[in-house]
Design a protein around this ligand. Structure first.
Ligand code: TYD
Ligand code: MG
Length: 457
């Protein structure tokens, strides 16, 4: 028999190649192909199936109660608690607070009488204990193990009474006898995850896998793990800022794009029930160059301060620096302001910052960014207690954005009195705010210019 050939698997996308290449054909990444053991010959897998029963789409289903952690921000993101017999992946940059979040959740669930096993592949039992002490949860009946061998973990879990929740921190440290390659390789991570997920489905336990994320935001190693689990949550935030966002990017049992907001403190993560306060709390009122954006994160309104600084440049190519927003979107807005509104930015450096370290992805932020830019450029502050939202098109018209009513409601709740919003699509909004509905960006430039004149005269 011919010697079985090894295969090469891309650590980024999981594509399989028959020989080594510098660049993955499937995803285009460089240096991501890793050698793995031979694939199973197709012949051994074929010809052994049994007949399975088929079912109708309708029928009685028993949905078991969800396991609520009692941490409201976490339960919101999972869609009302963990679903028994499901697997979750919690991803995030190293040091962002994944282990802290999960240890706190484990303690909360254990305190409710659930059997919770926390398996750490990265820290020793003593280190986890120290952390638990610091978090003030050391008395919770969580069962700890420092282990990386999947078969041993599963044997331990099966030996004891029924477990409700297993936390595996992290999946990248796990290894199984089923593969010959080293821990951390694609095959190891995939098979380890597969084994743990199978345990969840077979016993009704919730399996939570922790995964590290690469700098470009992918769960490091195989993205296949993302496909295998029922929900993928990202824990994100800026290391220099206190707040952390837990974001559902995939959820088979609840809404995706839902967020939970936490604050990292000296003794662990604290829930932030009113996140808008966090992002506009320290706003510098009446300074030119700031505007409050009424944004949405999932189903949740969130007010954020956008700051711009437009200053005369001595450089041949003026600087454009952006934190928390898409630089190409800034270039587009500047072009629209120049071409459609006659407001030149060519000889100026432009700096843009989203307060608090948040990243804005919504097109609805266009109008707030434009307001901050115009305000700084003309040296006139935005009207007090005013919020902005709306998408700017290349022609300079302001396009409607979803959920206008929810945005206005949040602003009203926080004491705002005026809103600049798209003329289109906001007819039915009932609110106590004074609405300035604008059809085109030139209207807003005119409004700021009129304010500048009123202040000067
Ligand atoms: P950790 O949960 O270990 O991150 P991850 O598991 O995602 O790698 O969090 C580590 C960081 O959190 C570390 O920089 C210290 C900080 N931290 C606090 O600020 N307060 C705390 O109570 C704890 C436990 C950690
Ligand atoms: Mg950790």
């Amino acid at each position: 028999m011919a010697k079985a050939k090894s295969q090469f698997v891309c650590a980024n996308c999981g594509a399989v190649a028959s020989r080594w290449q510098g660049r993955c054909d499937a995803c285009g990444e460089w240096n991501t192909l890793q050698e793995e053991g031979p694939a199973l010959p197709a012949a051994t897998a074929a010809g052994r199936g049994v007949v399975v029963s088929l079912h109708a789409l309708s029928g009685k289903t028993e949905s078991p109660p969800r396991l609520e952690s009692g941490i409201a921000e976490l339960d919101r993101v999972t869609g009302g608690g963990f679903v028994p017999a499901s697997a979750l992946l919690v991803g995030g940059d190293p040091g962002i607070g994944k282990s802290t979040l999960l240890l706190q959740s484990a303690a909360a669930l254990a305190a409710c009488g659930r059997r919770v096993v926390y398996v750490s592949g990265e820290e020793a039992v003593d280190q986890v204990r120290l952390r638990a002490e610091r978090l003030g949860v050391a008395s919770a009946p969580v069962e700890l193990a420092a282990e990386t061998h999947v078969e041993d973990i599963l044997a331990t879990l099966k030996a004891g009474p029924r477990v409700d929740i297993v936390i595996v921190d992290s999946v990248q440290t796990m290894w199984t006898d089923l593969a010959e390659s080293a821990p951390g390789t694609v095959t190891q991570v995939r098979l380890a995850a597969q084994n743990l997920i199978r345990f969840a489905k077979a016993t009704g336990a919730v399996v939570i896998l922790v995964g590290h994320v690469t700098k470009d935001g992918q769960i490091a190693g195989p993205r296949v793990v993302e496909h295998m689990v029922d929900a993928v949550l990202y824990f994100e935030g800026d290391a220099g800022h206190r707040f952390r966002l837990l974001r559902a990017v995939k959820n088979r049992f609840g809404p995706a794009a839902e967020i939970g907001v936490f604050e990292m403190t000296g003794d662990g993560l604290k829930e932030v029930a009113n996140p808008s306060d966090l992002f506009i709390g320290e706003r510098e009122a009446h300074n030119p160059g700031t505007a409050i954006f009424a944004g949405m994160e999932g189903t949740r309104p969130l007010l954020v301060e956008v700051q711009a600084l437009v200053s005369a440049s001595g450089l041949a190519t003026p600087r454009r620096a952006v934190v928390g927003w898409d630089p190409s979107r800034l270039a587009m807005l500047l072009a629209v302001l120049e071409a459609r509104c006659g407001l030149a930015f060519g000889p100026f450096d432009v700096y843009l910052n989203v307060a608090g370290g948040l990243r804005l992805a919504e097109p609805a932020a266009d109008l707030a960014v434009a307001a901050a830019l115009i305000s700084s450029r003309l040296g006139v502050a935005s009207p007090p207690e005013t919020i902005y939202f709306g998408e700017v098109s290349l022609s300079g018209t302001i396009r409607a954005v979803p959920q206008a009513a929810a945005r206005l409601k949040e602003a009203e709740k926080l004491g705002f009195r005026k809103a600049f919003l798209p003329a289109a699509g906001s007819d039915d909004a009932k609110t106590g705010l004074a609405l300035d509905k604008i059809a085109s960006l030139t209207d807003m430039v005119a409004a700021f210019a009129a304010r500048a004149e009123a202040i000067a005269g």
